[in-house]
Design a protein around this ligand. Structure first.
Ligand SMILES: [Zn+2]
Ligand SMILES: [Zn+2]
Length: 107
């Protein structure tokens, strides 16, 4: 919560006519920009960008392709695609060994 630096009253989030988000004092109309906070929340939304999504539910039928498992050298693996970032970077392919269940990603 933010307080007005002029009169000490509570400030509330307010959208100006031009669409800009500011904090506005309830009693003296003093406004303060909140751009700094918006930047912080954007960073937060990105999150761990390279996190591997592991599908735990084996009941979902997944297509099998020929891929060599780096762990047990089995040549069959389930595969699926995950859109990990914004659309302009394409999807990442994931493989899961049909034998040892090792999961890895393909670049
Ligand atoms: Zn004020
Ligand atoms: Zn394997």
């Amino acid at each position: 919560m933010e307080f007005c630096e002029k009169c000490g009253a509570m400030m509330v989030a307010f959208t100006q006519d031009d669409g800009k988000r500011v904090l506005k004092c309830r009693s003296c109309e003093h406004t303060k920009e909140i751009e700094g906070r918006l930047r912080v929340s954007q960073n937060f939304e990105k999150g761990p960008r390279d996190k591997i999504i592991v599908v735990e539910d084996d009941s979902i039928p997944m297509p099998v392709t020929r891929a060599s498992c780096p762990k047990c050298s089995n040549n069959d693996a389930y595969y699926w695609m995950v859109q990990t970032r914004r659309g302009d970077e394409g999807a990442t392919e994931f493989y899961r060994c049909t034998k040892c269940k090792h999961t890895w990603r393909h670049y």
